[in-house]
Design a protein around this ligand. Structure first.
Ligand code: SAM
Length: 388
């Protein structure tokens, strides 16, 4: 990897990188450690690929022991980037269960806490695969399958405690916060994950916006770095695609609690718009989740899939909404394979057939490929299916 000088960047990126260099340099001088996972955890949310570029620039060597590359994520069906499925490490989820301490609680986008709770809860979650992964959820709690933006159209009784973990984008977190505050009793507690300050250029000022909105609701406490996440398989694939060692647990968030004095003050500040709601259809093929964009073209071409010009091969080196080629993606797998689709209805038929074949999907494609189907060969190569 070559060193990248900060003067090649825009002023905001430059100040971000200088900040990152300072954090890394200070941590290295203090700790003298070279284990990559520790250096990345010290880097306040900066993506490992960026951290490595800065370490090279700073002349700090690093090591990445094999044990750090062994994935902790074993979710089936697999987690998907379009659902922002970053799960907590077990120890973090268990600490959050202790934090609930038997209180009446509404959880928003928090399946790892819900499946550990032994007392009643209400889970708001838009992703039906969460129920498939945790079939016992309904024996203890209730689940409302909805987008959080529509949650108030459902019967959500006010609770003593509301906790959420939203996608780490300003407008989206503001939306979740304003919805959550409408679900908490006066004098109750609201808690949420806050992204770290070096997540991206501008993240620090975004966290200030969120904290000042939080302060308008009640007394705020910030528990820095209290939330540890497992690296999901899709992110491990993104790291591998960019030549970065796979780190099984580098992401950390802050845990913010608000003792809510005035839940009626839930007016969403018009500071940033929530994420666009795009239409994707999901298929489950064996362990994998494959999503296809419903606005993909249907030109009637025989070939369904084509690589994205800016991506080398099928594997996408990013998990960020900010990537410039993200809008080109029509099909996206839980193993972070992406492609353009030229024939939406043909591709959907293929995915339905593969979903029905389940663990036999690979064999089906191999048989078609042996009979000379070029289309089957492309799908086989793209999907990276497990053996039956
Ligand atoms: C960032 S993950 C948090 C997972 C959490 N750390 C855990 O371990 O349980 C976000 C969760 O919210 C769900 N989700 C994402 N967008 C949503 C939305 N707009 N409405 C409701 N749920 C959503 C995802 O399916 C996912 O389970």
């Amino acid at each position: 990897m070559t060193a990248v000088d900060v003067y090649e960047f825009s002023p905001s990126q430059r100040s971000y990188l200088l900040d990152l260099d300072r954090v890394l340099g200070a941590w290295f001088d203090r700790e003298g450690q070279t284990r990559l996972q520790d250096l990345v955890r010290a880097a306040s949310g900066a993506f490992p690929t960026t951290v490595i570029e800065r370490l090279v620039h700073l002349g700090i060597s690093y090591s990445s022991p094999y044990r750090d590359s062994v994935l902790l994520d074993d979710a089936v069906p697999e987690l998907h980037p379009l659902d922002f499925e970053w799960h907590f490490k077990a120890a973090t989820a268990e600490r959050l269960v202790e934090f609930v301490a038997g209180r009446g609680v509404t959880l928003i986008g928090l399946p790892s806490i819900a499946r550990r709770l032994r007392t009643a809860f209400l889970l708001i979650e838009r992703n039906p695969f969460v129920m498939m992964r945790n079939p016992d959820l309904l024996t203890v709690g209730q689940v409302v399958v909805t987008d959080v933006k529509d949650a108030l159209a459902h019967d959500i009784p006010p609770q003593d405690l509301v906790i959420f973990d939203s996608p780490w984008y300003l407008g989206e977190t503001l939306l979740w916060l304003s919805q959550a505050v409408s679900m908490v009793k006066a004098g109750g507690e609201l808690a949420f994950s806050l992204f770290p300050r070096l997540l991206r250029p501008g993240a620090e000022s975004e966290t200030q916006v969120l904290l000042s909105y939080a302060e308008s609701l009640g007394r705020v406490e910030v528990h820095t770095g209290a939330l540890d996440y497992e690296t999901p398989r899709f992110e491990a694939e993104a790291l591998a695609a960019s030549g970065t060692p796979t780190l099984n647990s580098w992401r950390r968030g802050d845990f913010v609690t608000i003792r809510v004095q005035d839940p009626t003050n839930s007016q969403l500040p018009l500071l940033a718009t929530p994420l666009a709601r795009e239409s994707w259809r999901s298929y489950r093929i064996g362990r994998q989740v494959v999503k296809i964009r419903l606005t993909a073209p249907s030109t009637g071409d025989a070939e369904d899939l084509a690589p994205i010009e800016s991506v080398s091969g099928w594997r996408y080196p990013s998990v960020s909404m900010r990537s410039s080629d993200r809008g080109d993606i029509d099909i996206w797998t839980s193993r972070n394979r992406v492609a353009k689709v030229s024939n939406l209805s043909g591709a959907c038929q293929q995915l339905e057939m593969l979903q029905r074949a389940g663990r036999g999907a690979r064999r089906r494609l191999e048989q078609s490929a042996q009979r000379g189907s070029q289309r089957a060969r492309v799908w086989l190569d793209f999907l990276h299916l497990d053996d039956a």
